[in-house]
Design a protein around this ligand. Structure first.
Ligand code: ATP
Ligand code: MG
Length: 411
């Protein structure tokens, strides 16, 4: 039996990396005052297709959607932002804005599986909701940058940034793009032709080979920015410079989703091949009103945990347990209460029940134990336990009553 295409099991080794990444990002998010929250992994399909737009890849090709027993149309969430905004509105949190949320969990997209691309994948993300100040964009980017540095990726990452402007800038730019692409209609890809009708900005995002040359000559957003949109972007860039966060301007970075405005950004990582974007986000001032809520200018990002797992330099080894090696029935009777008491005191204890001494020590090494506590009737008669250092091989008899302070001292 195999799992469904594009899904996979998170076996303990991978799960260790997974949790390590979440912990690091969660803790950096905490230092920025972001609180963790979670939304359901499925929602009414309308939560996504009304907000992500009819032309986004997610809605047109990638959504896992299905009717339930009563005919309600549901979807496994393809991303986190729409659900969080839905939750802000359902729970009437708008009045408490600004809100700063951190989230993590599985996301689902029906795509062609390949390295760094699965159908069930996992994200960590942050949303800064109800704050229009460009410094919020900078804080959110800085949080992501710092989290990736905390993961040891500081040398491998680069930030690309662009502005999509405000409504005025976008309307003018859109008109210019339509005029330009209309002239090249005959050479555009089929997907881009559809975008030309509905969302010409997204042609800039196209990966189709036939679109690349046409894209290069396309008008630039820069030319069409209103002065307030320009100010906004300049503040973001100046503050990034002040924080010594290096960036590259990328005029073709438009993000796949329709609800973005102003700042759009991505952080890529070397060594990942084609799927090298690990973190992506931007400002989405229009999302709340699009969902029928009050105006809540917001900015956020999401990062793919699988891609971070691939990029992670090395994994610090997890907790090393203490292995208990009771020899004979008297020792065995005592072993569980001893393990129970040590565990209550916070030690990680692994029991090794069977086999000769050699086999048991081999097992202790297999679980990466730091020490083995060895005891048979001989040791117990003297009220002692042998504490064997599994790295050096040294062993010392320790009085049973003093075992826990002794371990605390050496661990
Ligand atoms: P891509 O261009 O790689 O398809 P995207 O624009 O669809 O990315 P976003 O919706 O911005 O991706 O999601 C944010 C991040 O989530 C991505 O940068 C990536 O790290 C991760 N991600 C997205 N889709 C997948 C997937 N199918 N498998 C694994 N990670 C993913
Ligand atoms: Mg995608």
């Amino acid at each position: 039996m195999q799992p469904f295409r594009g899904t996979y099991d998170q076996l303990p080794d991978l799960m260790g990396r997974h949790q390590y990444i979440i912990e690091k990002v969660r803790s950096v998010a905490g230092t920025y005052g972001f609180e963790e929250m979670a939304t359901p992994i499925f929602e009414y399909v309308s939560v996504f297709n009304h907000t992500l737009g009819d032309t986004s890849d997610i809605v047109t090709k990638e959504m896992f959607s299905f009717p339930d027993r009563h005919g309600d149309l549901l979807a496994l969430r393809p991303e986190g932002t729409a659900g969080i905004m839905r939750a802000v509105l359902s729970n009437k949190l708008a009045q408490q804005a600004p809100l700063k949320f951190f989230y993590t969990g599985p996301m689902f997209r029906y795509e062609r599986p390949q390295k760094g691309r699965t159908r069930q994948f996992h994200q960590v993300g942050v949303e800064f909701i109800g704050e229009a100040n460009p410094l919020a964009d900078v804080e959110v980017i800085a949080l992501g940058w710092q989290a990736l540095k905390a993961l040891g990726l500081g040398e491998s990452i680069s930030l690309e940034i662009n502005t999509l402007g405000d409504k005025g800038s976008r309307d003018a730019y859109r008109a210019a793009l339509v005029e330009y692409f209309e002239k090249h209609k005959s050479s555009l890809s089929v997907d881009s032709l559809a975008r030309l009708e509905k969302n010409p900005l997204r042609i800039l995002d196209s990966k189709a080979p036939e679109d690349q040359k046409i894209k290069e000559q396309a008008p630039k957003m820069e030319t069409y920015l209103t002065s307030s949109a320009k100010d906004f972007f300049e503040k973001v860039l100046a503050s990034l410079t002040a924080l010594k966060i290096p960036y590259t301007l990328n005029p073709h970075l438009v993000r796949g989703l329709d609800y973005y405005c102003h700042t759009a950004f991505e952080i890529t990582c070397t060594g990942l091949g084609a799927q090298n974007t690990i973190l992506a986000g931007g400002r989405y001032d229009g999302l709340s009103t699009q969902m029928g809520g009050p105006p809540l200018p917001s900015v956020g990002w999401a990062a793919g945990i699988e891609r971070m797992e691939l990029a992670l330099p090395e994994m610090p080894t997890g907790i090393r347990p203490i292995s208990l090696v009771p020899l004979g029935s008297e020792a065995e009777t005592m072993a569980l209460p001893l393990a129970f008491s040590l565990r209550e005191q916070g030690f990680s204890v692994d029991m090794i029940y069977e086999g000769g001494m050699k086999a048991r020590l081999k097992q202790a090494n297999k679980v990466n134990a730091r020490y083995a506590l060895i005891f048979g009737s001989e040791e117990l008669a003297q009220e002692k336990i042998l504490v064997k250092d599994l790295d050096s091989g040294e062993q010392i008899p320790v009085e049973i009553s003093k075992i826990s302070p002794y371990l605390r001292n050496i661990l």
